[in-house]
Design a protein around this ligand. Structure first.
Ligand code: SMO
Length: 766
């Protein structure tokens, strides 16, 4: 049996409409839910009158904050395994899963209506009468931290929920004092909406005292444990079910208050309850990403060597610190705070502020694109101010290929150690492939047409992996000769069905077609592990899978020796069979592994756990853009991404990951921006006001690999899920600024939309 196509194994199913997403699950007797959401950014709830809604046609139940509070279903607690400045612990204010006394952002769920049809639930939700007393709201992070700002939570003084510090302030100060040159930049990485194709959706039912939840997930154990945090249920009483997931990007990792409310509704009604968010609800209730104000400073000596770097960030957390929001605002960027450079001194301080907006969590890159952006904008700015060639300044400061393992000067037990890489090699390859040397000629040609042209580079290294202590996988054999690989990381489009069987096939010497992936099966083996985030599936679950497969071969040798009546030392394993060396006497693995008649499991079934891996993917991305000064429109002309994601398991899947990451990065660079007005109303609440990247934006992209294996895991992989996003923010914005600088533009924040670029050009020429 072999594949009739060269793409991904899941594509035939997904492209012919045979995928099964949350909305596709239907249970007998299921009811439908609709949420009433706050239209105030900040208000006291004086009363909630559900009488009219309860009388509406088809309505079965109406739940409010009082119901959620009565059973203790809440928002869940974000947690951090470390303290902040002066020993500060993360402050995690709590509230019921449905708002009770106060609403704190537009979109905050206030009531849940359950009815026989979705339309009836929606109609009745509009009959729930909420009396609000509006409170002053704050939607801007700097305003939230200012004296006299409206206070969101009584137990979070000054709206500062965490104050994080890393590095050595005194050492950095001394280096800055001695420096020949200092550059400083104030930058933003504005709030964006994850917008997976599949909106948030769930179907909840109770099987006795066990909650079953069908929903989009990046890993069922991760989501289950998160939901336990919201509901207080023990893990044994929650089963998360999913097959296909239409995009994750970080925001499908955690459980949401809606999940808890639906669980309560299913309990109250005794029926399965289903809910599918509208796209508007995606904007108003999926946790958002980014939301950063960043001040960066770089100190250089007279020759251009980097002496020290400082970062001061203010990180918006929205109305509640949730899920991995606090982690990705602190440790993730700190683990790459010197970029790919040798910088002896570093100091950073990140203040996490609460605002009357949707909470923030991990979104593709999760703090990494922002730090790469901060470092690489600083390096370009230094080159411009000091008159250095941008590539030469980088080559002078990049860590050399023999620098590894390299521990960052951040100090403490959390200091990152870069595993391996060749950053100068990445830069050289990208510059060559992008014909950096020929750029000035292209710029001149463009100028002849009245346009502006710019080229930019982003060299980056980022942390991947980690998150949970260990990841467990299993390989089992069925009576028909099929091989199954089991794990709890969940594909949201990455191609796990293709690559996990390939890993097993590679070790066992079998046709991948005989191997199938069973991901996140709550009825199957009780496996532990993290999900598909932090670019971690291959370096954690993938590596564990390879180890498990090797273990299968090793265990099979004893069975083969018995079956062949030979010494194990005389037997070799090749292409799925054990053979006595030099003879034609052999037995296949599948024969040995088959469960005996009447047995559930086979003698070679194997479960293996590995400590969660950590690695440091790196890359050099070059972007070239053309700007029309008449309209401000920016068009990507070429884009070269050279990536070191470690050993490449499947080139098609790697390309898909990098390309998708670049698309999301360029989306933020050129258009995506989540805008709140001062009072906390979301102005960009639909695709009419929120510019998603489109195919036209992605022309001329070249993807190249330059792998250096990671010594940190048995496969040598580093992770690829976020590299495209991390590289594209600095590369593309440096290109835009390179195009605009000759016209006098010094400062420009993402998104480099036509309107902003046009305004910046106007302001510069005024
Ligand atoms: S943004 Mo990711 O799922 O670490």
């Amino acid at each position: 049996m072999s594949y009739p196509y060269f793409g991904r194994r899941e594509d035939a199913r997904l492209l012919t409409g045979a995928g099964r997403y949350t909305a596709d699950w239907t249970l007998p007797g299921q009811l439908h839910a609709a949420f009433l959401r706050s239209d105030h950014a900040h208000a006291r709830i004086l009363s909630v009158n559900t009488a009219a809604a309860r009388e509406a046609p088809g309505v079965v139940a109406v739940l409010t904050g009082a119901d959620a509070a009565a059973v203790g279903y809440g928002r869940g607690k974000a947690a951090l395994p470390y303290k902040g400045r002066d020993g500060m612990a993360l402050l995690t204010p709590q509230a019921p899963a449905l708002a009770q006394d106060r609403v704190r952002y537009v979109g905050d769920p206030v009531a849940l209506v359950v009815a026989e049809t979705p339309a009836q639930a929606q109609d009745a939700a509009e009959l729930v009468m909420v009396e609000y007393e509006a409170l002053p709201a704050v939607s801007d992070v700097d305003a939230a931290l200012a004296d006299g700002a409206p206070q969101l939570h009584p137990d979070v003084p000054g709206n500062l929920c965490f104050d994080y510090e890393y590095g050595d302030a005194a050492a950095a100060e001394a280096a800055f004092a001695d420096a020949a040159h200092v550059v400083q930049l104030d930058l933003t990485s504005d709030r964006v909406v994850g917008n997976p194709m599949e909106p948030k959706a769930a179907l909840a039912r109770w099987d006795g005292d066990v909650l079953e939840l069908w929903t989009a997930t990046q890993g069922m154990v991760a989501l289950r444990d998160s939901l336990c945090g919201l509901t207080g249920l023990p893990p044994g009483q929650v089963r998360v079910r999913a097959q296909d997931v239409g995009g994750g990007f970080g925001i499908r990792g955690p459980a949401y208050p809606e999940h808890a409310a639906l669980a309560l509704a299913a309990k109250r009604t005794g029926s399965p309850v289903k809910w599918i968010a509208t796209r508007s609800e995606t904007f108003l209730s999926d946790y958002h990403g980014r939301g950063l104000r960043m001040r960066g400073e770089l100190a250089l000596d007279a020759a251009g060597r980097f002496l020290a770097i400082r970062h001061q960030w203010v990180c918006d957390q929205g109305a509640y610190p949730v899920a991995t929001g606090p982690l990705i605002s602190t440790l993730n960027p700190a683990m790459m705070c010197t970029g790919p450079y040798r910088i002896p001194a570093v100091h950073g301080r990140h203040r996490l502020a609460l605002t009357n907006t949707v909470p923030i969590t991990a979104y593709r890159g999760a703090g990494r694109p922002d730090m790469a952006y901060a470092v690489e904008r600083l390096v370009d700015e230094a080159a411009r101010q000091l008159g250095h060639d941008r590539l030469a300044l980088r080559r002078l400061n990049l860590l050399p290929a023999d620098a590894f393992p390299y521990t960052l000067p951040t100090g403490g037990p959390m200091a990152a150690t870069y595993d391996s890489g060749d950053y100068p090699g990445l830069l050289d390859m990208a510059a060559e492939a992008a014909d950096w040397a020929g750029f000035e000629a292209r710029r001149a040609e463009t100028a002849g047409r009245g346009k502006l042209r710019g080229i930019g580079v982003g060299v980056f290294v980022e942390p991947s992996g980690g998150v949970v202590p260990r990841d467990e996988v299993a390989i089992t054999f069925d009576a028909e000769g099929g091989v199954r690989v089991h794990n709890v990381t969940h594909s949201s489009g990455q191609g796990h069905e293709t690559v996990f069987p390939e890993i097993v096939a590679g070790v066992l010497g079998l046709d991948p077609a005989s191997i199938t992936l069973h991901q996140g099966d709550p009825d199957g083996l009780p496996l532990f592990g993290g999900g598909a985030f932090a670019s971690r599936s291959m370096l954690s679950h993938g590596a564990a899978t390879a180890v498990a497969a090797r273990e299968v071969v090793r265990k099979g040798l004893d069975l083969a020796a018995d079956a062949l009546e030979a010494a194990a030392a005389d037997i070799e394993y090749q292409a799925g069979a054990y053979r006595i060396v030099g003879t034609d006497r052999s037995v296949t693995l599948v024969e040995l592994a088959r469960p005996a008649e009447g047995q559930e499991s086979g003698p070679l079934d194997t479960t293996t756990a590995l400590p969660a891996g950590r690695a440091f993917p790196s890359g050099a991305h070059v972007a070239e853009v053309e700007v029309d000064p008449e309209t401000g429109e920016v068009a990507l002309q070429r884009y070269v991404a050279v990536d070191d994601c470690g050993v490449v398991l499947n080139h098609t899947l790697l390309d898909g990951q990098i390309m998708g990451g670049i698309a999301q990065g360029l989306g933020q660079v050129f258009g995506e921006q989540c805008v709140y007005d001062e009072g906390g109303q979301l102005l960009s609440g639909s695709f009419m006001d929120y510019a998603m990247p489109h195919a036209e934006m992605l022309r001329g992209i070249t993807l190249m690999e330059r792998p250096v294996p990671s010594p940190n895991n048995p496969l040598g992989v580093k992770g690829a899920g976020e590299a495209g996003t991390t590289g594209s923010l600095p590369a593309a914005m440096n290109a835009v600024l390179d195009a605009l600088r000759p016209a006098g533009v010094r400062r420009l924040d993402m998104p480099a939309s036509a309107q902003r670029v046009w305004a910046a050009l106007r302001a510069a020429s005024a």
